[in-house]
Design a protein around this ligand. Structure first.
Ligand code: GDP
Ligand code: NA
Ligand code: MG
Length: 360
């Protein structure tokens, strides 16, 4: 059996965390969630977050519209398959395979409303979506509500602060990689994403800067200073992208064609030609996949330690409950325990000479 990729393995733990109620916010259980490396997408409204995610996936599948569309975290898990038809699956609908991506969009909307009611409030309970495709790299990204200044169409005023708090919970985690999206047609100094990143990661160690809308900059200006890391210094290189414009979306320009056009944009550009091989959504996806795998690998020992601590605590709790008490609470503990044991086992096999990502 091919060894599960490290990213795939962490995905499974992440799903288990959600099922067990372990996500941002108050938590009684020893929180494994906090220790899992993940990539979180942040940026102001309309900065291009959804567009970047769709370009990385090569598919149109995210709800859009005015106002605050993303109202629950979306854990987007990409799994590369060598061949076959692309399909999507939700954690909350385990037996249903989606091949029509417009239905994926609808299901994200419906599932958002299911938890938040039609109140347009936000909720920290994540939606998990897996996409299996020959056009993706192995990667997990968490899409969060966009930072905003004002509540609109019937959304309560408190939503502005609620969103900021939710995004904070994610970016504060030392194991979060921050994918900070800023539009090139605005001053980088005023970017919501960079302001937030600077607060929690002042040295820029875990922030990836993505610059969108390069094609919308005023004539005669360019973003070379940002892309070459002089305007805002980060440990990782900045990556520029050109997503579909609203007119492209209205015309239904397909994503694969858009990716090709983006490549052409960079290679033909007088300003960015010298950077062309390190720009664009495809390159971004590949770099993030490599980076995430490396970060997970470096964290295996601490994740293992935490899993073992969890096992010890659960065993003790089970002993206190007594074996005879095989009722619900006990049974749930037992499930968690079994899960932790299996993760422990698989992680160790990765340490013992297993080649991470060996399935490729
Ligand atoms: P989000 O609110 O951050 O998720 O932003 P969206 O991805 O929904 O993008 C907002 C609007 O900007 C949409 O109309 C997109 O078509 C447009 N847009 C995003 N990125 C680019 C880009 O690189 N170039 C152009 N021309 N338009 C873009
Ligand atoms: Na912004
Ligand atoms: Mg969006």
């Amino acid at each position: 059996m091919a060894m599960e990729s490290l990213i795939g393995l962490v995905n499974r733990i992440q799903r288990a965390c959600t099922v067990l109620g372990d996500y941002g916010g108050d938590n009684a259980l020893p929180t494994l969630w906090e220790h899992l490396p993940s990539i979180v997408v942040v940026g102001g409204q309309s900065s291009g977050k959804s567009s970047v995610l769709e370009s990385i996936v090569g598919r149109d599948f995210l709800p859009r519209g005015s106002g605050i569309v993303t109202r629950r975290p979306l854990v987007l898990q990409l799994h590369r398959i060598e061949e076959g038809t692309e399909y999507a699956e939700f954690l909350h609908l385990p037996r249903k395979k989606f091949v029509d991506f417009s239905l994926v969009r609808k299901e994200i909307q419906d599932e958002t409303d299911r938890i938040t009611g039609r109140s347009k409030q936000i909720s920290p309970v994540p939606i998990h979506l897996s996409i299996y495709s020959p056009n993706v790299v192995n990667l997990t990204l968490i899409d969060l509500p966009g930072l905003t200044k004002v509540a609109v169409d019937g959304q309560p005023d408190s939503i502005v602060a609620d969103i900021e708090n939710m995004v904070q919970t994610y970016v504060e985690k030392q194991n979060s990689i921050i994918l900070a999206i800023s539009p090139a047609n605005q001053d980088i100094a005023t970017s919501d994403a960079m302001k937030l990143a600077r607060e929690v990661d002042p040295t820029g160690e875990r922030t990836w800067g993505v610059l969108t809308k390069l094609d919308l900059m005023d004539k005669g200006t360019n973003a070379v200073d940002v892309l070459e890391g002089r305007a805002y210094r980060l440990q990782q290189p900045w990556i520029g992208v050109v997503n579909r414009s609203q007119a492209d979306i209205n015309k239904n320009v397909d994503m694969i064609a858009a990716r090709r056009r983006e490549r052409e944009y960079f290679s033909n550009s007088l300003d960015y030609g010298h950077l062309a091989n390190r720009m664009g959504s495809e390159y971004l996806g590949k770099m993030l996949s490599k980076h995430l795998e490396a970060v997970i690998k470096a964290r295996i020992p601490s994740i293992l330690a935490l899993i073992n601590k969890t096992i010890d605590e659960l065993e003790e709790e089970m002993n206190q409950l007594g074996r005879a008490l095989a009722v619900d609470p006990g049974a749930q503990l037992y499930t968690i325990l079994e899960l932790c044991r299996s993760f422990d086992h698989i992680f160790k096999s990765h340490l013992d000479g297993g080649r991470p990502g060996g399935e490729r």
